[in-house]
Design a protein around this ligand. Structure first.
Ligand code: ADP
Ligand code: ADP
Length: 229
């Protein structure tokens, strides 16, 4: 599903590459934690998958497509098939829960009848049934992140990328967020989650890919956050 072959990404005016000869494969349906200190290259890795950045060398394939050969007009199509969740939720403040989720389908021209069918289903999947008419500022952080996950998932993306999704959420609430991500993963969606949250990584026992100074220093199935000594 995601294939990095010897990928190096160096930003201008940086003394070392953000990603340095990274090779990794993520299969369809996998759940992968991307860990490593701040500045180790996690966000760059996610942005490369979306073709928001281009590598200086190496090749990236996503869902069988060589991103280096993907023409610019096909990039929106790629991004439609990849859901994204961020630390800061990024909800539309003037739309309620239902409208925030529905908007993701409206902008890609889905028929209203389809939207009316699938939005309530996804609101239920993330555990927000009964709250469809709440505004974002009437929700807790954990609930706002559930809305963001519903919005990211409503178009049934093949990949879900999550960048520190529990970074603004207390530990007890984070467990619920992870249950939703796990539920999404169980539908067959490949999940890649960048995180600093050791407790979450240790509790899930999923594959862990660790970056340090732009290099993969560990790739462990059923791993933990810290190096197991
Ligand atoms: P992480 O997500 O692990 O914190 P990043 O991928 O954001 O790591 O950053 C990796 C390195 O690339 C850091 O040294 C960072 O300063 C640098 N970097 C990230 N984005 C940019 C950018 N847009 N321009 C220049 N340097 C960047
Ligand atoms: P109609 O309006 O002709 O009855 P549908 O409402 O079933 O057709 O679907 C119309 C469009 O909605 C499709 O072309 C497709 O883009 C989208 N669609 C339907 N079902 C799904 C689905 N399960 N996942 C994603 N998009 C869908």
């Amino acid at each position: 599903m995601i294939h990095f072959d010897n990928v190096t990404k160096a930003y201008a005016n940086q003394n070392r590459p953000a990603l340095d000869h990274v090779s990794v494969d993520v299969d369809k349906g996998e759940f992968v934690f991307l860990v490593g200190p701040s500045g180790s290259g996690k966000s760059t890795f996610l942005r490369l998958i979306l073709k928001e950045e281009r590598p200086n060398s190496g090749a990236i394939h996503v869902a069988g497509k060589d991103l280096g050969r993907l023409s610019n007009f096909k990039v929106p199509h790629l991004r439609r098939r990849i859901g994204c969740v961020f630390q800061d939720f990024r909800l539309l403040p003037n739309k309620n829960v239902y409208e925030n989720v529905a908007f993701a389908l409206e902008v890609i021209g889905k028929p209203r009848r389809f939207i009316r069918k699938v939005v309530p289903e996804v609101i239920e999947l993330v555990g927000l049934e009964g709250k469809a008419h709440r505004m974002p500022d009437e929700l807790s952080g954990g609930e706002q992140q559930r809305v963001a996950m519903a919005r990211a998932f409503v178009n049934r993306p093949m990949i879900l990328l999550a960048d520190e999704p529990t970074g603004n959420i207390d530990p007890a609430t984070s467990i619920g967020i992870m249950k939703v991500l796990d539920r999404i993963n169980r539908t067959g969606t490949t999940v890649v989650m960048a995180t600093h949250d050791a407790a979450i990584v240790d509790s899930m026992r999923k594959r862990v890919v660790e970056l340090e100074d732009g290099k993969i220093v560990r790739d462990q199935s059923r791993g933990v956050y810290g190096q197991a000594y």
